[in-house]
Design a protein around this ligand. Structure first.
Ligand code: ADP
Ligand code: MG
Length: 252
């Protein structure tokens, strides 16, 4: 399998947070899950891959070519679903998707047909409503569509399933499997371990700005499952003790 994305010793710090020497390899035709507690550095890593924030040191390679700090062109081949929504919420879903396909250089009349079909598949109305008036789940659908509509080589999804209804989650999972079969490399962050277990080939665990674990789903399952993997490697989770404590606090 060919390498699609490589991160070598990537570093970034904010005032009270450091992402330290992150090394990641994503190959074509695999689905990799980023796992880690809130604030671990998953979104920061994703933003560094997209060059939407500047790394302090380290190298990023996309399709074996070095990505420089100000490069944007390589992003045409990447689909990105941000965690925090889009700045283009003042557009309708159709306008937003037309805008994206325009950026990707798609043929205009084909783009219109494509968008019509895709909105129908996702049960979204092609109407005059602005994205900002959508529910959280509807917004996520539009962002997901926006990330796959140009058939990218690498797909990066930041918490794609958070507010998604079950039937759409199933549709999304099937689409991701098909894209993977077609050679797409896929990275997604999620807290939903059941989905990670079903979808991912490999898991990368980030804690406190560091990659603390990595493994194939099959071998993690053999060694006690994802829950155990997460618990052991993040060791901030004295769940039983904390449950007792919390119950005491709320009863007091
Ligand atoms: N622009 C920023 N300025 C200051 N701190 C930030 C900024 N972005 C993220 N952080 C901090 O970096 C840490 C990691 O955040 P993030 O990567 O969003 O975590 P995750 O996605 O794993 O929940 C958090 O402590 C967060 O507050
Ligand atoms: Mg995040």
């Amino acid at each position: 399998m060919n390498e699609i994305l490589t991160l070598r010793n990537v570093n970034k710090s904010f005032s009270s947070f450091k992402l330290k020497d992150v090394n990641i390899d994503i190959r074509e035709g695999e689905i990799v899950a980023f796992l880690g507690p809130n604030g671990a550095g998953k979104t920061t890593t994703i933003k560094l891959i997209m060059n939407s924030i500047k790394r302090e040191s380290g190298e990023i390679y996309f399709l074996e070519e070095r990505v420089k700090q100000n490069d944007v062109d390589y992003r045409r081949h990447i689909g990105y679903m941000p965690e925090s929504g889009t700045p283009y919420e003042f557009l309708t879903a159709r306008e937003y998707l037309e805008f994206l396909l325009g950026v990707y250089g798609a043929d205009k009349s084909r783009a219109k047909e494509k968008i019509k079909e895709v909105l129908e598949i996702f049960n979204l109305k092609d109407d005059k409503k602005h994205i900002r008036t959508y529910s959280k789940g509807m917004k996520q659908k539009v962002l997901f569509i926006g990330s796959i509509i140009h058939n990218p080589k690498l797909l990066i999804l930041d918490e794609p399933f958070n507010a998604i209804e079950p039937q759409t989650a199933m549709l999304m999972k099937n689409i991701l499997f098909e894209m993977k079969e077609g050679g797409c490399g896929i990275i997604f962050s999620s807290h939903i371990l059941e989905i990670v277990e079903k979808l991912a080939d490999r898991v990368i665990l980030i804690n406190n700005g560091e990659k603390v674990g990595e493994g194939n789903i099959s071998s993690i399952k053999e060694r006690g499952g994802l829950d155990e993997f997460f618990r052991t490697l993040t060791n901030s989770y004295q769940i039983d003790e904390n449950t007792e404590k919390l119950i005491d606090v709320i009863k007091s």
